[in-house]
Design a protein around this ligand. Sequence first.
Ligand code: SF4
Length: 513
Amino acid sequence: MITQITNDAYTTQEKLQILADAAKYDVACTSSGSSRRGKKGGLGNAEACGICHSFAADGRCISLLKILMTNHCAYDCKYCINRSSNDVKRATFTPQEICELTVEFYKRNYIEGLFLSSGVLKNPTYTMEKMCETLLLLRTRYHFNGYIHVKTIPGASDELLAAAGYLADRISVNLELPTEAALRSLAPNKTMQNILNPMGKVQSTISSHRMAIGKSAYMERSRGNQFLSHSIFSDDSKKIFREKLNTQTTDTRLKDHTTDKKDNLNSISQKQSKLPRHILTWENACQLAPLDMSDLKRSFAPAGQSTQMIIGATGESDYTLLQTTQALYQGFDLKRVFYSAYIPLNEDSVLPQIGTPPPLLREHRLYQADWLLRFYGFQANELLSESQPNFNELLDPKCDWALRHLEHFPIDVETASYATLLRVPGIGPKSASRITYARRYGRLNFESLKKMGVVLKRAHYFITCGGRQMYHTPVEQEYITRQLVHVDTKDLWKVQHSTETYSQMTLADFGIG
Ligand code: SF4
């Protein structure tokens, strides 16, 4: 075991080099989903479209100021560069240092938000205390109103989890590995329960907040929530909160029967405007965390929660990963599940050898499948099965599914339902909506489909328009597979040779160092 010594001799800039570099393996960092406007006297905003974020070709979000609070860690996860047994340079930011960096970088337009993660300094509670202190300082003393995504430390107290949720826009609890067995083998200090508990509590609290302001309990389309009873709040505050919720729900239901939708919306907004508003301050924030904070001006994790899984460190199939992903979306209403192709950094007999290329293409296919689960109405067991547990690397999962179900094709775009259109390779939710709208007013042709965003180079094998194919191509698996593999080759080359995938921003990008 390497003794870890806090080296206070590092300058802030040296710490930044160490801790920004150490954070680059955490990909759970998208900044979409929050829509808070800037306010007078505050700094920054979290408008969904104004956030500075981008995505690499494989769908991975590349964030800007993504740092660890510390890369000291009491845990020894085998896959992690910061594990306690590794001999690496260690540093720890003070809360003030993180605030100053965030604000300075923000003012210089380098960043629009902060992604804050951390190793386990002493223990989970101590670490979360320091992270919450940082966020509280940022929000109250530095009046930073920009986007904050915080990664929570499983095992910290519920009060700290609550405080983090009220201070940040998005919360993530990283699952890291898709099964209990994999966690046992590679992350002996972590358990599935330890990770799923805070995830359930965060989800339950987000739901409660959404319902209190008249929104649907679920942020995403996922259904069901077996964890709703595990609230962060104490039983007393839950009771008060439920009473309030019940009143609101009953009122809304009664209204549903007697008024139109517009009246209903007005009624909800009137209720919202009647809610007392308190401003979160440095003085009151610490005491507020364990209480019902439904009346607070700041809502709980408005951009939802996400998680990350490592791909390729253990031997799970794509099917297992996708089933876990689906369960997470359904059970925890997650905003995103991120995948991180494992980069071998540590020598260990249970891990891929150093030098093994990260499975970028596999990660890419999983992101594509994740998209199909979230926006196209697919289920994990439609895309993969026990007998076909991994994605075809040569074809995207939707093309692969269509080729295995040619009995459904070709479909005619003038008559097919929205759900059927979504199953056609080359047709997405936007183009499917445009098709269903446009055909009410006239006939469609391939030229108009192209203008609606249909990717005809993929779609034309699977559709007819007014009973005609675009070209006279056979609807045969072998023939279409050959053509589609050719279409995909260029994209695949980009994924496999992408330099963006692991290009975390460095200090050079900021013109520093
Ligand atoms: S808890 Fe595990 S994954 Fe996180 S920093 Fe520590 S060793 Fe790495």
